[in-house]
Design a protein around this ligand. Structure first.
Ligand SMILES: [Zn+2]
Length: 350
């Protein structure tokens, strides 16, 4: 019998945050770096688009007019998935037909007044204003009595179903703790109960020992490809300090998060020399008024691209029916991300 080699042999890896496994098939990606890039010239947006509902001074479909804002700007989504209104409980009939009314608030956050920018093209000081607004919104929404969870996220790129290139993210604040957050919370709590320490504190300590999957670090944050990543260039940003939520960030921590977000997203754009699409978001303690010593602030980046700006990984077939699967190993992805320059490809010629 041959000895097990994780660089050659198919294997499964455990994801302790979601208590699930991912199938890794390294034998299918002996060519880790194809180096396919796209001509980036044609995706340049104007700084102001009169037809964009997020640009300053423009009219939205609701009839409301955006102020002539500079920097960040937030407003309640005109087409939210949730509503503030309280309604009565439905008559509970049988187990198979469970329903619960859900209250909430959806907000849009414009990262910049400049329509042509994206996070990696923004200055660190301007990204810091986004972090500042996230903190303020988490506090403001989380303080409302009917809001028990505040999900901050960004859906970037047409391939991710984002229809507007104006740099923006969203906040969905709601009365329930959503499924994946609850699952993560249960696993973080289980680990804390057994080990008396934060799962992610122990995990990043282990990762920093070898550094193999670590992409960027600064005094307060670590960006890495998690050992259990399922998307080709999936990453996580974890705070070094066990901070349960963004409301506890110090001033230096806000700057440090902005710096690491800039560094990571620049590398993302440099992979295929294209504006790199992803869904990204913050996982942190719910705002349900309870103590959450188990929570440890982190961000997930789930980018779909695999081989080029056009070739994306699909999570279909086996993934939909069985479990996530990947060919490119997390170590290969980390090697690619580490090798990329820290300067945005568009800035190279400037
Ligand atoms: Zn715009």
């Amino acid at each position: 019998m041959n000895t097990f080699n994780p660089k050659k042999n198919p294997h499964r890896r455990y994801n302790p945050l979601l208590d699930e496994w991912v199938l890794v098939s390294p034998q299918r990606s002996d060519r880790p770096w194809q180096g396919q890039t796209e001509d980036s010239g044609h995706d340049q947006q104007p700084s102001y688009d009169p037809g964009c509902y997020l640009c300053p001074g423009n009219l939205r479909i609701s009839g409301e007019k955006n102020p002539d804002y500079k920097g960040v700007y937030t407003f309640d989504n005109d087409f939210g998935s949730l509503m503030k209104e309280e309604v009565g409980q439905p008559d509970q009939t049988a187990d198979f037909f469970a329903m619960k009314p859900e209250r909430g608030i959806n907000r849009v956050i414009c990262f910049s007044d400049d329509h042509s920018l994206t996070l990696p093209e923004m200055e660190v000081s301007d990204i810091r204003n986004v972090v500042e607004l996230w903190q303020q919104q988490y506090r403001e929404l989380g303080a409302m009595d009917f809001i028990n969870h505040v999900q901050i996220f960004e859906n970037k790129g047409r391939i991710m179903g984002c229809s507007n290139p104006h740099p923006h993210g969203q906040i969905w604040a709601q009365s329930s703790i959503p499924t994946l957050v609850q699952r993560t919370q249960n696993n973080l709590k289980k680990y804390l109960d057994i080990h008396g320490k934060s799962l992610l504190e122990d995990y990043i300590e282990q990762e920093l020992k070898t550094g193999e999957r670590v992409i960027l670090t600064n005094e307060h944050f670590v960006a890495l490809v998690p050992f259990w990543a399922s998307w080709p260039y999936e990453t996580m940003v974890v705070s070094r300090r066990k901070i349960s939520d963004i409301s506890q960030f110090s001033e230096p921590e806000k700057t440090a998060l902005a710096e690491i977000l800039k560094g990571l997203t620049v590398k993302y754009d440099n992979i295929f020399q294209t504006s790199f699409p992803y869904s990204a978001g913050i996982h942190q303690a719910p705002t349900d008024g309870k103590d959450h010593p188990e929570w440890h602030f982190h961000m997930h980046f789930y980018p779909p691209l695999l081989r080029s700006a056009e070739i994306k990984k699909f999570m279909v077939g086996y993934e939909m029916l069985a479990e996530p699967q990947r060919d490119l190993t997390p170590e290969q992805s980390a090697a690619v991300l580490k090798s990329l320059p820290a300067i945005h490809y568009k800035d190279k010629d400037r």
